[in-house]
Design a protein around this ligand. Structure first.
Ligand code: MCN
Ligand code: CUM
Length: 827
């Protein structure tokens, strides 16, 4: 696949003046590329004037509370609504039967499956939606829900993918015709024969099992909506916490049968998404159905435990990695086995299709000649999900696997983990690079990033300290861990995402008004990433306007151009590209108007990026600014141009972008308590040309916090009956500022050659890249005693057990200077 596929509007894609130089701080101070513009949206957030779904109040608005199953696996024998309906203020109680009347009993999952909106027959995971109570206020709805009487016949549950595949395991999906097992599909990628050959010929091979635990995105704002059926205009308006409003509009229309132009989705301010708000959930369908039936607006907002227990989880991959290498540490082949838990409904996508196919990036930043992966997926009695949590859709698991395996190999060969990386990096001259599993990496310079990282952390000094402390039998073990990962973001061209025939584009529309300010509407949707600022910066750069003169709007399907939304860090790679190209279309037209104003031929006009104005070639003192051109476009447009100054672009990217990073984590492991202290976390990210370094730093800080939490604290756990044992913030350990160490951020710039402004995405890199650096550091601290692996989350008890097994724990009797028999004197 060529990264230079010609597109119809190719002339706008590459900038005639070479494009912005984000390394340079531009003199004109308009807030263009590379400037640390303060986020425009923060004015309303820090003054308490954000507008989230739960802030929306409408006349006659009713509230919905969902009755959920206490059991993970059970038949629903009967539902009695009577007592609930007798509660003062309860307006309606809905069950699957009621929804079936409107053909709304089921809804599609993200991939190849249908999920009950309310349980029709059998509950398949704990807290699944069984009935819904609609009432005049939230508390009455909840009281009513307590009074709905549901009789269950319980069944044995299975919550572990491996056990689910045993022959006598409880069958989760007896609703699928002729289905007799919990196995969903097998997926293979790469060249099996070539990989087997590489293993036969190898000097050394290593193998390691690892489990990437189930975790859950936990946006501060849970999911919710306000559905409002307008009986007069037969129009459904849904305010929804959505990462992809247009895609949700299409889904809503398909599920409900309401024509798409009569569905309006508004995603107002979104209090974090992290992938949790990509899918649609039963609560949305219930609220919309209730509003349709009752004819009043209906609000549904989840509680925290409902969010953790029922909305999409992430990861849950059991992986076995094998690496074949020469005795000098040159990797010859990688072979991977995966067992994926997809929960009770297959919402996690077959990996042969986007998005889960991104696991194919498991050869990482290394020039690996042969690679093969076989993956099996299973149903269990757990909430559906598996793709999304700041993850780039299974890239997180792939990065974890390869970055851990490189460390394992370095231990087998007794080589320095930095050195072995350097030996295997794809050299910078090799880009665009074709990977063994079929990606075309656009650009990279991994060695420069690693060198900068080693220098910044004083790597040699750290190794010396490590040895010195070992020699002194120090109570704390020092460990140094690396992750030199490659990300893949910007979904993306259909061919590469393996979605047959579906091209993933995004869009931007720019209107420059007569007095020289502009409204920009985009198809992607911010959930905290700062698009209202950074997308304005792209336009400011391209049109020479002041960033303060540009308003960015998004999240309203009635007004914004159709887009596929924000996930997989695709906003900059795809939506940002659309914005730059739309701006260049505006500039192209503006040039013709400028020529008319200056009474010269268009060929004699040049765009001067530094002053943001058109000039007559060779006479820089004769020029017009974009503001002047804007006025002229409405008042004095030349004969060959329509009046007005606007453009729209639907950008269909020729390739994904491949950002990368070099992370170094330094830990101290307490031999007495098993506690891990992250002493240093250094993160170098290369996301190509940078739009706003401050926003990037914020993204990296937030993403690292989540990666650190993954490595150290978070896991959704179950007991054998399928009860969620970490279903609230008492038990699901979200970190606070106290648990997050100081972080050092850094960068290199390797522009994307196919992106109009050379930018790559960055939003997920820190979460994707950091966990293996931390695990590698903890393993490194214990490597001298032969420790090869420890699973996440690395809680003190787990670390202590590994220390203990390796003979590294401290004997308390040796530590304290009194004998066991001696008692301290009392005085
Ligand atoms: N940026 C930049 N220069 C670049 C690349 C990015 O200045 N070369 C800026 C962008 O303009 C944008 C921000 O950094 O303002 C993130 O851009 P990008 O990497 O394109 O990612 P998206 O905007 O598509 O955000 C999605 C990504 C994902 S998938 C998850 S999950 C996630 C994340 O962003 N969820 C978040 N970061 C989050 N941050 C917040 N606050 N809240 C979430 O829910
Ligand atoms: Cu993978 S979580 Mo984000 O892509 O919305």
């Amino acid at each position: 696949m060529s990264s230079e596929t010609e597109k119809p509007d190719a002339k706008y894609r590459h900038d005639e003046d070479g494009g912005p130089d984000p390394e340079a701080h531009h003199g004109h101070g308009r807030g263009g590329m590379g400037q640390e513009v303060k986020r425009k949206e923060d004015r309303r957030f820090i003054t308490g004037r954000g507008n989230y779904v739960d802030d929306i109040k409408k006349d006659g608005m009713l509230h919905c509370h969902v009755v959920r199953s206490p059991h993970a696996h059970a038949y629903v024998k009967s539902i009695n609504k009577e007592r609930a309906l007798n509660v003062d203020g309860v307006v309606a109680v809905l069950t699957a039967e009621d929804l079936a009347e409107y053909d709304l009993a089921t809804m599609p999952t993200l991939m190849d499956d249908t999920q009950d909106v309310l349980v029709q027959d059998k509950v398949k995971f704990q807290s699944q939606e069984v009935a819904a109570v609609i009432a005049t206020d939230r508390y009455i709805a909840k009281d009513g829900a307590d009074k709905v009487e549901v009789k269950y016949e319980t069944l044995d549950a299975v919550v572990d993918a491996r056990k689910a595949l045993e022959p006598d395991a409880p069958l989760v999906r007896d609703d699928i015709e002729d289905n007799d097992s919990n196995h969903i599909f097998t997926w293979e990628t790469g060249d099996k024969e070539a990989t087997e050959k590489a293993f036969e010929d190898a000097d050394v091979t290593v193998e390691q099992d690892m489990y990437y635990q189930r975790i859950h995105p936990a946006p501060i704002e849970t999911c919710g909506c306000v559905a409002d059926w307008d009986t007069a205009n037969e129009k459904m308006t849904v305010h929804l916490t959505s990462q992809a409003p247009h895609a949700h509009r299409t889904l809503f229309s398909m599920v409900s049968g309401i024509p798409e132009h009569k569905v309006r989705i508004v995603s107002p301010d979104v209090g974090g998404g992290f992938g949790n708000k990509v899918p649609i959930y039963p609560g949305y369908v219930i609220a919309a159905a209730a509003s349709y039936v009752i004819g009043q607006p209906v609000k549904w907002v989840e509680e925290r435990s409902e969010n953790i227990q029922t909305t999409h989880f992430a990861r849950d991959y059991e992986m076995t990695g094998r690496v074949a290498a020469t005795k000098d540490g040159i990797i010859q082949g990688i072979d991977v086995d995966v067992l994926a838990d997809h929960g009770a409904y297959n919402a996690a996508a077959q990996p042969s299709k986007f998005p889960a196919g991104f696991f194919k990036i498991f050869t990482g930043s290394y020039d690996v000649p042969a690679a093969y992966c076989k993956l099996d997926a299973a149903y269990t009695n757990t909430a559906p999900g598996g793709i999304a949590y700041r993850c780039s859709f299974r890239v997180t698991e792939a990065v974890y696997l390869i970055e851990r395996m490189v460390k394992v190999l370095s231990q087998e060969l007794d080589m320095d983990p930095a050195e072995i990386r350097r030996k295997n990096f794809i050299p910078k001259e090799a880009f665009p690079y074709e990977s063994a599993t079929g990606w075309t990496y656009d650009s990279g310079d991994y060695e420069r990033a690693l060198d900068k990282a080693l220098d910044a952390v004083d790597y040699d000094g750290l190794r010396e300290e490590q040895q010195r402390r070992l020699d002194a039998d120090d109570d704390k073990l020092l460990g140094i861990g690396f992750s030199t990962f490659t990300e893949i973001v910007g979904a993306g061209p259909g061919k590469q995402c393996d979605i047959a025939g579906v091209e993933m584009f995004d869009s931007a529309e720019i209107r420059v008004h007569p007095t020289g300010n502009a409204t920009v509407r985009i198809g992607v949707q911010t959930q905290g990433q700062g698009h209202e600022t950074t997308f304005a910066q792209i336009v400011a750069e391209e049109l020479g306007l002041d960033v303060e003169d540009i308003t960015v709007e998004h999240g309203d399907t009635d007004t914004d151009p159709y887009g596929l939304g924000t996930y997989a860090s695709r906003s900059t790679p795809v939506g940002g590209a659309a914005t730059a190209v739309a701006a260049r279309k505006v500039r192209e037209k503006a040039k013709s108007i400028a020529a008319n104003e200056l009474e010269v031929a268009e060929e004699d006009i040049v765009w001067d990026r530094s002053s943001g104005a058109f000039q007559v070639k060779g006479a820089p003192d004769r020029g017009v600014t974009m503001k002047e051109v804007a006025f002229a476009s409405y008042t004095n447009s030349p004969a060959n141009e329509e009046p007005g100054l606007e453009a729209v672009d639907y950008y269909d990217p020729p390739n994904m972008t491949f950002p990368f990073g070099a992370y170094v984590c330094v830990v101290e492991v307490d031999r007495e308590t098993g506690e891990v202290d992250i002493r240093k976390f250094y993160a170098l990210d290369d996301c190509g040309n940078r739009i706003n370094p401050m926003v990037i730093e914020g993204q990296v800080h937030g993403g690292l916090a989540q990666g650190i939490a993954t490595a150290m604290l978070e896991e959704v756990t179950f007991d054998d009956n399928g009860n969620v044992t970490a279903g609230d913030f008492m038990n699901y350990l979200l970190p606070t500022a106290m648990e997050i160490p100081h972080m050092d951020t850094d960068y290199t710039v390797t522009p994307s050659p196919h992106h109009p402004i050379g930018a790559k995405g960055v939003g997920e890199s820190p979460t994707v890249g950091s966990p293996p650096a931390i695990v590698n550091a903890v393993v490194d601290a214990m490597a001298h005693a032969g420790v090869r692996h420890i699973d996440m989350p690395m809680t003190p008890d787990r670390v202590w057990s590994v220390l203990n097994e390796a003979g590294l724990t401290l004997d308390p009797a040796e530590r304290f200077e009194f004998d066991a028999g001696e008692t301290p004197a009392d005085d």
